[in-house]
Design a protein around this ligand. Sequence first.
Ligand SMILES: Cc1ncc(COP(=O)(O)O)c(C=O)c1O
Length: 417
Amino acid sequence: MIIVADIFEKVLKNMGSIGQFSKEAHGYFAFPKLTGEIAPHMTFRGKTVLNWSLNNYLGLANHPEVRKIDGESAVKYGLATPMGARMMSGNSDQHELLEAQLAEFVGKEDSILLNFGYQGVLSIIDAMLDRKDVVVYDEQCHACIIDGLRLHIGKRFVYKHNDIESCEKQLQRATKLAGETGGGILVITEGVFGMSGVVGCLKEIVALKEKYNFRLLVDDAHGFGTMGKTGAGAGEHTNSQDGIDLYFSTFAKSMASIGAFVATSKEICNYLRYNLRSQIFAKSLPMPLVEGALVRLNLLKTQPQLRENLWKIVNALQSGFKERGFNIGITQSPVTPVFMQGGVGEATQMVVDLRENYGIFCSVVTYPVVPKGVIILRIIPTAMHTLEDVERTLNAFSAVAPKLKAGEYEDFVPQMA
Ligand SMILES: Cc1ncc(COP(=O)(O)O)c(C=O)c1O
């Protein structure tokens, strides 16, 4: 009899790069439960914590108008309406209105709603490319782009993070190859990189269109609502929106909801509408999410004070960290990474100290996501935080950093609730 491995046994032997820590991490570092209204102050394991880990940039999650429409629309339509995929039976005036308003806001001819950003990006990449086409992409692109590229059977060239010379080199290789295959080139980057807060070198990439023939897809999940004069994102901020051929963002961050969209020309939207497998073969976005998104978009456009509040907090936090000698990298956006040095064990103990003894909740990133010895405490400011929250957080960081340096977390005994 031929021996065949058991797939269950195989996966249980190798739980994956993060899963291998599940026993120690579960419920505390991974899958923590924050309860209460989405706000800077929430409850974690029975204690109130000052929370810096949610992408509720503009504070829309709990805006009274948002809560009102979410509730009213759910009562009116339920979560089933409209039933079916958009193409079959799930289209509505509200879906089309939202697409038109999103497109207008980001300066494109049209847009298409996506049920989730992750699946949407996968599907855009899949729909736009065939085996002859070549992709050039930033090495720090989000997992949805990397996973979308797994569907691409043609060639791909990766360039050094936000390095325009490296990007051009790869464009030269891609141009040569595409010349041979008869395919085209798609460059993919992000508007704001979610880990580092760095703004993608969009203007420089767009300028390369003078020399090379390619289309540009930008994932602006963190830039939409936070960057640019009107909040239209990193393309507006860098004055390069016209050069972005496919502008993508999710509703999961500034819009504080679920769903996403891609905005582009009318003709390409029409092509995507009939070829985007994540939408053709999946149920339409429920009406409460669509009506909720219309209200959120209106607030995003008409309440610039939300973005001003966000930036007041961002500036106080980032300049405070710098003044106190912390390394926050070269962020140009609200995403605030605090870089420290230490092992995984020390990092986790420091986070326990921060949560249990200082009441500060933020996410921690360690090896294997970043190189060994690097610790990133990732802080996401929102329009709802206050200057007192900032001061308290800076003081807490000033208290734990010397302990980390002195090696105190090597044998620190956590005082968990
Ligand atoms: C850069 C980026 N792209 C795409 C996504 C996926 O969006 P969604 O949560 O709507 O699936 C995320 C995370 O939300 C993200 O950070």
